[in-house]
Design a binder for this molecule. Structure first.
Ligand SMILES: [Zn+2]
Length: 191
């Protein structure tokens, strides 16, 4: 491991991503090795402030929102597992999937479909991980506000995970990804 990496990488199997086979896509530069330097900054927001309730009150750019629907919206994960990692959230502060309304569930489902299509088109993905962590014990970082993960996967990305899982992306780079996804999102979809 490079001496330039932050202490947080102690014990992590971190290697320069330049040593990996390239997965050519629009987001590729998010994972250049020097970007890992920012990992020391940032962290989870204060627990008394729900980021998924605050996000819709901000601009798309500030909140990394790529699409606003009627009952739910889509934003980039500030702490992505992979480049283009999206979250589909209801506007309502509701924790559990079975507490969501029929309209919310329907729109989350349709936004998830559109997210797959948009990311597949813009980033040439090979697959996706899609799902929800329900409760902190199940791995939910923000357990109080329902959110569906849409994580793009590439055939070459498996070795990235030890690094990506510890990585926080620069807001400016996330901004570039946000713009690419938002620009590709069909207008008014879902209506
Ligand atoms: Zn909330």
């Amino acid at each position: 491991m490079s001496d330039e990496l932050p202490d947080e990488f102690a014990g992590v199997d971190a290697r320069p991503t330049s040593s990996y086979a390239a997965a050519p896509d629009a987001f590729q530069r998010l994972w250049t090795p020097h970007r890992m330097a920012y990992i020391a900054a940032g962290g989870q927001p204060p627990s008394d402030e729900c980021p998924f309730c605050i996000a819709p009150t901000l601009s798309d750019e500030d909140a990394l929102i790529v699409h606003r629907g009627t009952h739910a919206f889509v934003l980039l994960n500030l702490f992505p597992y992979n480049s283009g990692h999206l979250l589909v959230c209801p506007y309502r502060h509701v924790a559990l999937y079975d507490d969501a309304t029929e309209a919310e569930i329907d729109e989350i489902a349709r936004l998830t479909q559109t997210a797959m299509r948009v990311v597949r088109e813009t980033a040439k993905t090979d697959g996706f991980n899609i799902g929800m962590n329900q409760g902190r014990v199940a791995g939910a970082g923000i357990a109080d506000h329902l959110h569906q993960h849409v994580v793009p996967r590439w055939a070459t990305d498996a070795n990235f995970f030890p690094i990506i899982a510890e990585t926080k992306a620069l807001p400016q780079l996330l901004g570039d990804v946000r713009r690419a996804v938002a620009d590709a999102w069909p207008v008014g979809d879902p209506a």
